[in-house]
Design a protein around this ligand. Structure first.
Ligand code: SF4
Length: 454
């Protein structure tokens, strides 16, 4: 493929056209203008929704601005997470060190906002000058009596996955600090849902209807106190495995808590996830309640979804998302509405993730790791895509090419998880793909003109 650099060819696979192999899960190729965010951004997006914690970015102001209010993660209570604090490092701090500035900023912010804990993020320059963030955090923690946790997320030290790991390492220090008496034996923690547009409230409601207690949301609508009690839960359910699977592994190691990988996107995966939780607890009554719940929810949404399916049959979709696990669900969700996925990629997939994508996609589907605007544009044109699903960095690529776009990333304001979310997804895809505006974009305008002339 001409748009891809020679060194990138092994990160692109076409289902069924060659034995599966994928070069992935490594640093981006210099000069390829990757769509990936940095390590610091990876940790920031994971911890951001913890609403009663202070989030202080130790670095130049740009790093904080870049990630300010980065998710559409809603809170049912405090909203301290929506403020982005920075130590605003200047040239003199880089020369003489920024520890004093960090200490002063932490003390002032904790006095002013009385958070339950503080996360302090390291950025590139802090990694370079070597500020001892751990020592400063320890000192402030002792003085102020709250957990002050360093997040070792220097932007240059790897890819976005390293940031996820740094976030999990910081949360590991919180887990185990709270009182776990009174927690039900039918209990779980929700990992990897960020409460975009209130999604975690919907998922919590499903679990409550099944008879399962949710101990901690990690991290959507998250609270420090809940995370401190998370070791009292019987199970971790992990969505967005790239970002929080490390924490699940740590909790297995520290507290022997098992975990299940789940997905709340699409009717198939949503139902399977609930059944998997019910099966884990080996409770017949819970399984019966779960079956009823699924039946009830499907009866509410399927008649309308079938209408969209008829209109969308045969249309083509491309997907480029942060984590590959979401991509699996999206491939199935598009099938539910009669559409074919012709390209699918992610920023942080592993060889196992891509092998699974190769299994579930149709022959000829392009699978790509850590792509860039040039490649994505070429794929969209080659496959004559009707809709592109991605995030903020993919939106302009779609619109410049005159292709419909669906935001499935952390900035979105519409609920797409759960059964109700699947209906929203179908509605949005339908109204975007079927909009008459796409007939008048330059690459299609000629055909329209010919039709008019005829
Ligand atoms: S300077 Fe480093 S940490 Fe800050 S946004 Fe850029 S890459 Fe990320």
């Amino acid at each position: 493929m001409e748009a891809a650099l020679q060194e990138r060819q092994d990160s692109i696979h076409r289902t069924g056209e060659a034995p599966f192999a994928m070069d992935c899960n490594k640093d981006s190729l210099a000069g390829a203008v990757s769509q990936r965010a940095c390590v610091f951004c990876g940790s920031r997006v994971v911890l951001y929704p913890i609403a009663d914690a202070l989030h202080l970015v130790h670095g130049p102001i740009g790093c904080a601005v870049y990630t300010w209010d980065i998710r559409g993660a809603l809170s049912s209570g405090p909203e301290l997470h929506r403020l982005s604090f920075s130590t605003d490092m200047q040239e003199t701090d880089v020369i003489f060190g920024g520890e004093k500035k960090l200490y002063n900023a932490l003390v002032e912010l904790i006095d002013r906002h009385a958070p339950k804990a503080a996360f302090v993020y390291s950025t590139c320059i802090v990694g370079i000058i070597g500020d001892d963030m751990q020592a400063v955090c320890r000192r402030v923690s002792e003085e102020k009596g709250i957990p002050v946790l360093p997040v070792q997320s220097e932007g240059f030290k790897g890819n976005k996955r390293e940031g996820y790991k740094a976030a999990c390492n910081a949360m590991r220090q919180l887990v185990g600090m709270g009182d776990i008496s009174g927690i039900s034996k039918y209990s779980l923690n929700i990992l990897g849902d960020f409460n975009l547009a209130g999604e975690i409230w919907l998922i919590r409601d499903y679990f409550t209807r099944m008879g399962v207690e949710v101990v901690a949301n990690i991290t959507g609508d998250g609270r420090v106190g809940d995370i401190q009690r998370a070791h009292g839960a019987a199970l971790n359910v992990v969505q967005c495995s790239g970002s929080t699977m490390d924490l699940a592994r740590m909790m297995k190691e520290d507290y022997s808590i098992p975990s299940l990988r789940v997905s709340y996107f699409g009717v198939e995966d949503m139902a399977e996830s609930l059944y998997a939780v019910a099966a884990f607890f080996k409770d017949e009554e819970m399984m019966r309640r779960t079956q009823e719940l699924v039946k009830e929810e499907l009866s509410l949404i399927m008649p309308e979804i079938m209408k969209y399916r008829q209109a969308l049959a045969g249309k083509r979709a491309a997907i480029y998302v942060g984590g590959a696990f979401k991509a699996f669900s999206l491939v199935k969700a598009f099938r539910t509405i009669g559409m074919q996925v012709v390209m699918v990629g992610s920023q942080t997939g592993t060889p196992e993730d891509y092998a699974e994508l190769a299994e579930i996609t149709d022959p000829g589907t392009i699978i790509v790791d850590d792509s860039n605007p040039l490649e994505l544009s070429a794929f969209l044109q080659e496959k004559e895509v009707d809709i592109f699903v991605g995030g903020v960095k993919e939106r302009p690529i779609a619109y410049k090419l005159g292709v419909a776009f669906c935001d499935h990333n952390h900035e979105r304001k519409e609920m797409l998880a759960g059964f109700a979310g699947m209906l929203n997804f179908a509605r949005e895809v339908y109204s975007s793909v079927m909009s008459p505006v796409w007939r008048f974009v330059p690459r299609k305008a000629e055909t329209v003109q010919e039709e008019i002339n005829d």
